[in-house]
Design a protein around this ligand. Structure first.
Ligand SMILES: Cc1cc2nc3c(=O)[nH]c(=O)nc-3n(C[C@H](O)[C@H](O)[C@H](O)COP(=O)(O)OP(=O)(O)OC[C@H]3O[C@@H](n4cnc5c(N)ncnc54)[C@H](O)[C@@H]3O)c2cc1C
Length: 375
């Protein structure tokens, strides 16, 4: 059997698979196909450190450019994979046909388009790539009036960066509070207060129309992302809100794994399917997939984790409230400054977060699944 492990998608998840394979002692060929021209990079700095001018773009790279050749990883930049034929164990790019032994799909997600904004006649930015971030950073330096559609993580981080650049900022959100779907009304209020205190004009419960954008010089759309499943679907893999994978991150084809933003995972501890669009999941699923590619049978059991930085607020969140919701919320500390919050269902913690309390991370992680008295 051909031993080449091929990775499709040169983002954080894809590059981490290659890293973990080499760290685990795998010496056979690895091929990594990436659509973008940039060496694999992580995205959080694109809406934070880099956008704020606090960190160079180079801080986002997963590895120094020479790491790939030094580790015998055959990296094909600017080479989108256009077709996968699982039965034949081959894939197609513009450069021809490539055989593979096992394959990892890590094609990520792309911003959900908003035709209303695209047809508004305004300059519109979606923030996903390094190129998007460089463009946005240049534009913010000219202090445009910024209209942001969507008060999710990206919309709010861009709002913070735009305020730091001294821009006038209006954020439009159809829900009653920013992030209410993830955090519930109590903690969502913290983010509403934070942005208002920093001078953001937050228009909540508001369906944005082109008339709202009339005064804006720049429109940023942040209304979520869509998993990049086209290749997997055309290859005949099972798809449903992402590529369906089992507990071990295997798709419906035994030699193909899917990880990161694209993977809809059968989580053995949460006991339901979950697709997570977070940095930590991209890294940790990549490690487990690498082990399984090498013959292990490791389930991915880690709870979702994410972080954000906005102005002087830093937070980390672990766990998942999920569709069943929560029936109690415990808050320790001061919501206006530094606190820990625990979401409970039937007496057990299902998710926990802290704001500006950096000693809390492991305590929060350990609290999931336990009763509050055990915290
Ligand atoms: C601006 C921004 C800020 C973020 N901040 C945070 C944060 O603070 N905290 C957090 O937890 N998460 C954050 N995230 C989310 C996090 O970055 C993602 O969860 C993570 O990037 C997922 O990694 P991935 O490798 O699965 O996908 P991606 O990073 O999207 O990488 C997939 C790559 O595959 C390539 N590709 C797609 N199709 C093909 C193909 N056919 N052939 C070859 N290549 C292909 C794409 O071009 C892309 O480069 C942020 C995301 C963005 C956009």
């Amino acid at each position: 059997m051909l031993m080449t492990i091929t990775i499709v998608g040169g983002g954080l998840a894809g590059a981490t698979v290659a890293t973990e394979l080499r760290d685990s002692g795998y010496t056979e060929p690895i091929a990594l196909f990436a659509s973008e021209a940039h060496f694999p990079y992580e995205r959080p700095p694109l809406s934070k450190g880099f956008l704020l001018g606090e960190k160079p773009l180079s801080s986002a790279y997963v590895h120094e450019p020479d790491w790939y050749a030094a580790n015998n990883v055959d990296l094909h930049l600017t080479t989108p994979v256009v077709e996968i034929r699982p039965t034949d164990h081959v894939l197609e790019t513009a450069n021809g046909t490539q055989p593979f032994g096992q394959l990892v799909l890590a094609t990520g997600a792309s911003p959900r388009p908003l035709p209303m904004a695209d047809h508004s006649g305004k300059e519109v930015v979606y923030l996903r790539t390094m190129d998007d971030s460089m463009k946005l950073k240049d534009r913010l330096a000219n202090k445009p009036k910024v209209a942001i559609i969507g008060a999710g993580w990206i919309g709010l981080e861009v709002a913070a960066a735009a305020r730091a650049a001294d821009c006038e900022v209006t954020v439009f959100e159809s829900a009653a509070k920013p992030l209410i779907g993830v955090l519930g009304p109590e903690i969502a209020q913290v983010f509403e207060d934070l942005h208002r205190a920093h001078g953001v004009d937050l228009r909540l419960d508001h369906e944005t129309t082109q008339a709202d954008l009339e005064d804006a010089d720049l429109v940023v759309v942040g209304i979520g992302a869509i998993p990049a499943t086209k290749l997997a679907k055309e290859a005949g893999l099972d798809i449903d809100n992402g590529v369906l994978v089992d507990a071990q991150l295997r798709t419906s084809h035994p030699d193909i794994y899917a990880i990161g933003d694209i993977a809809n995972h059968d989580h053995p501890v949460l006991k339901r399917r979950i697709r997570v669009e977070h940095w930590d999941t991209a890294i940790e699923q990549a490690k487990v997939a690498a082990h399984n590619l090498l013959g292990k049978d490791e389930p991915y059991e880690r709870f979702p984790y994410f972080f954000t930085d906005q102005y002087d607020l830093g937070m980390e969140y672990v766990g998942s409230v999920g569709p069943e919701g929560y029936d109690d919320l415990i808050i320790e500390g001061d919501l206006a400054d530094k606190f820990r919050a625990y979401w409970l269902r039937q007496g057990k913690v299902v998710a926990a977060m802290h704001v500006n309390d950096w000693d809390a991370t492991e305590v929060l992680r350990a609290s999931i699944g336990n009763s509050p008295s055990a915290i």
